[in-house]
Ligand binder design. Structure first.
Ligand code: NAD
Ligand code: UFG
Length: 350
């Protein structure tokens, strides 16, 4: 029988790629998204690519009555929970909005799930919960650290909430996936990352310099104890990340309690290595300047992905060249992101 999955935040960057993977794998999908950081144009594109549409519901995870009606109307067997706010700097300025969306929103969602008797949940956590680990690569059994901002703390709080929930009620089957640095886009160039305003993250910034929207990249710090002094991260292709969600969703049919998996490649690259890789993959030159460190940044961070490989049978297969070429295919075909196409489209409705 076809399973129906509720995807919160499914119009967003990672949620749209995962919705596509779910549809391609034969699932039915209900997307709940309030579009506060996305456009449902992403879901029009997903429908074209999959030749099958997700049902889109514009609404908020904090709306308990709406959640109850969705669980009553659709035979939902599990929830992939992407909805949340993710801008670190904004979380420092507006902590209440972050705790309300990310923590209280998750509480409201879990309450509705429990009322509906749906206990299988896959959650978007982050490597930020490790704080500043002293050892690399990072394993899931390392102690969680002290995230440096409200966004990071909201992710850690949700993980702690899940641990308590799983302890209190054995029906819960929860996967918390700790993403490292998601980048790239679907190979078609039809869906990708479409940040609002000036991007905070490295790859969207580089690709907006490449398209001529921004003048040059500022490299934040070249005095870290790393290969070339610039920060090192574990960049993971968003399509690999989407596949990891399907594997976790399947794994949670036969497991109970809270399970935590790193989703990373196991390899770290510096900012300058990323810049060079983007230039080489796409035959472009990206102007940059070296500036001071960004407050709150850590020197390096990469995953030990062995647990996900052993327990989920998942590993990242797409390398740096794919990440760079796919990012640029998306950006160059959609210089304004989804904005122009979205203005021409009729709204999708439930
Ligand atoms: P995104 O902003 O593109 O997607 C999040 C989606 O959730 C958006 O479509 C937004 O409109 C929606 N949303 C936000 N609050 C909502 C609410 N209250 N009700 C309904 N919908 C709501 O971000 P993304 O990069 O796709 O991230 C998805 C998840 O993964 C987030 O929880 C994020 O914190 C987490 N994560 C992202 C990264 C990253 O670098 N992109 C890293 C680690 C973890
Ligand atoms: N960087 C620059 N210039 C930029 C942007 C970034 O030099 O314009 C550097 C950063 O200093 C860092 C690296 O590029 O060394 C990656 O930075 P990102 O902002 O792309 O990613 P972060 O690792 O800092 O942050 C990501 C997510 C956060 C999450 C954090 C920890 O965006 O949401 O990982 O998991 F909290």
């Amino acid at each position: 029988m076809t399973e129906t999955i509720l995807v919160t935040g499914g119009a967003g960057y990672i949620g749209s790629h995962t919705t596509l993977a779910l549809l391609e794998a034969g699932y039915d999908v209900v997307v709940l998204d309030n579009l506060c950081n996305s456009s449902n144009e992403s879901l029009h594109r997903v429908a074209q690519l999959a030749n099958k549409a997700a049902l889109f519901v514009e609404g908020d995870i904090r709306d308990a009555a709406l959640l109850d009606s969705l669980f009553a109307k659709h035979p939902i067997s599990a929830v992939l929970h992407f909805a949340g706010l993710k801008a670190v700097g904004e979380s420092v300025r507006e902590p209440l909005r972050y705790y309300e969306n990310n923590v209280a929103g998750t509480v409201t969602l879990c309450q509705a799930m429990a009322r509906a008797g749906v206990y299988r949940l896959v959650f978007s956590s982050s490597a930020t919960v490790y704080g500043e680990p002293t050892q690399m690569p990072i394993r899931e059994d390392f102690p969680t650290g002290v995230p440096t901002n409200p966004y990071g703390r909201s992710k850690l709080m949700v993980e702690q909430l899940f641990a308590d929930l799983a302890q209190s009620e054995p029906s819960w089957r929860i996967a918390a996936l700790r993403y490292f640095n998601p980048v790239g886009a679907h190979h078609s160039g039809q869906i990708g990352e479409d940040p609002n305003g000036i991007p905070n993250n490295l790859l969207p910034y580089i690709s907006q310099v490449a398209i001529g929207k921004l003048a040059q990249l500022a490299v934040f710090g070249n005095d870290y104890p790393t290969v070339d002094g610039t920060g090192v991260r574990d960049y993971i292709h968003v399509v690999d990340l989407a596949d990891g969600h399907l594997k976790a969703l399947q794994a949670m049919t036969s497991r109970s309690g809270l399970h935590i998996w790193n989703l990373g490649t196991g390899v770290g690259y510096s900012v300058l290595q990323m810049l060079k890789a983007f230039e080489q993959a796409n035959g472009l030159t990206i102007p940059y300047r070296l500036v001071a460190r960004r407050p709150g940044d850590i020197a390096e961070c990469w995953a030990d992905p062995a647990k996900a490989e052993e327990e989920l049978g998942w590993r990242a297969t797409r390398g740096l060249t794919d990440m760079m070429a796919d990012t640029w295919r998306w950006q160059s075909a959609n210089p304004q992101g989804y904005a122009v196409a979205a203005a021409l489209n009729e709204p999708l409705s439930a």
